[in-house]
Design a protein around this ligand. Structure first.
Ligand code: PLP
Length: 396
């Protein structure tokens, strides 16, 4: 199709031209003496993004799913009890992985569209007098429903019960896009991936690990090889990897981090909120529809899942947007398949790019007979964007 493809799934996101260019590099010997000049600053700078001074950040040649697996395998033993909530496809898949690795999961099932329930976590931890629960899992941003959960209340629930379990956070679609504070929130294992807020292709699992979690690797009996922290620690100490790293991706990561720091992390978060808020104005004020997140406190600044009216199939909106308007919208997954389509608003993005996606979604909705006023979505969003400044938007 002529013209630009509009990529608006919540990851992979648009890769900025200069990041893409940095990945176009001749192959190099990954053991050459210059490699540490690239890698050691990357490790140090990733700690700034994760907001950890005391933890260590690993880069695995994998996707976010590999990051989940590394966090579990390096800290747990078969049969260990894990406490986790499920309120969307990704929180579900992490629980599924725990089970497949032989862990014993206490599941907090929640309505899709709601977020992690601190009080239910606390209740379960209070009951666990013998401290059999070794891991507490939370998905900070449930990409399937567009729900963000505050992490601090979960840490507070653990502390209130003086529970020694480790805190594991899925930050795949939140870290580098919305606020994340590994040290302040007492997060022991923080998992992210390259293809969302980091504005890179998929291919790197980026995992932050606290000293407490690193210590735990000595008792962790789950089998592991590729994802072994031990091998990474040894090789990373001098700036190398236990196996062949993807150097083009690491060169891209260098430029992506430079961009994040040049904009300023807090400005990046404010921009994401500003863009998300405009999208929500389009949905509510323009289209008179709703997002899947049940309450304002859970609305995600990286992705909005838009609920189509009863009797319509959201998959058709996605199909028309793709085939007719060259626009990729995110699909509804599992329980919300056919009920929602998603607009990813994270990564390298501005108002006018998002206005294109809102317009395309609106045209596709009208094409299948959904009665939305033409121009209403982009009208509501653009008026908001025009008047609100990103820094002010943060407080809204
Ligand atoms: C919240 C969340 N967790 C985990 C994953 C899995 O990551 P990956 O697809 O990179 O393995 C995703 C992917 O979209 C996600 O959104």
């Amino acid at each position: 199709m002529a013209g630009r493809h509009f990529l608006f799934v919540p990851g992979p996101t648009n890769v900025p031209h200069e990041v893409l260019s940095a990945t176009h590099t001749p192959m190099e010997d990954h053991r050459n003496p210059d490699i540490p000049k690239l890698t050691l600053p990357l490790f140090a700078d990733l700690k700034k993004v994760f907001k950890t001074k005391t933890g260590q950040v690993f880069i695995f040649p994998a996707s976010g799913t590999g990051g989940w697996e590394s966090a579990l395998e390096n800290t747990l033993a078969p049969g260990d009890k894990v406490l986790a909530s499920r309120f969307g496809q990704f929180s579900h898949l992490w629980i599924d992985m725990c089970k497949r690795l032989g862990l014993d999961v206490i599941e907090l099932d929640c309505e899709w569209g709601t977020g992690a329930p601190p009080e239910r976590y606390q209740e379960a931890l209070a009951k666990d007098k013998a401290h059999e629960i070794k891991a507490v899992l939370v998905c900070q941003n449930e990409t399937a429903t567009g729900v963000t959960s505050p992490i601090e209340p979960i840490r507070k629930a653990m502390d209130a019960e003086k529970h020694p379990a480790l805190l594991y956070v899925d930050g795949v679609s939140s870290i580098a896009s919305v606020d994340f504070r590994m040290d302040d929130w007492g997060v022991d294992l923080a998992v992210s991936g390259s293809q969302k807020g980091f504005m890179l292709p998929a291919g790197l699992a980026i995992v932050g690990v606290s000293q407490k979690a690193l210590e735990q690797r000595r008792n962790a009996k789950l089998p592991r090889c590729f994802f072994d922290f031990e091998d990474m620690i040894k090789a990373n100490a001098t700036g190398y990897f236990p196996y062949t790293p993807s150097l083009p991706m690491l060169r891209g990561l260098r430029v992506a981090l430079n961009r994040l720091f040049a904009e300023g992390l807090e400005n990046v978060f404010a921009r994401h909120h500003h863009l998300a808020e405009g999208t929500r104005r389009a949905v509510r004020e323009g289209w008179k529809l709703n997002v899947c997140a049940k309450e304002k406190k859970w609305e995600s600044d990286t992705v909005s899942a838009i609920v189509v009216p009863e009797g319509f199939d959201a998959a058709k909106v996605i199909s028309i947007a793709y085939h007719k308007y060259n626009l990729a919208l995110g699909a509804g997954l599992s329980k919300v398949a056919g009920k929602v389509f998603r607009i990813g608003h994270l990564g390298d993005l501005n108002e006018l790019m998002l206005a294109g996606a809102i317009t395309g979604a609106e045209m596709a909705m009208r094409d299948i007979g959904i009665k939305v006023e033409p121009g209403s979505g982009v009208g509501a969003a653009s008026e908001y964007w025009r008047q609100a400044k990103p820094a002010e938007a943060k407080k809204a």
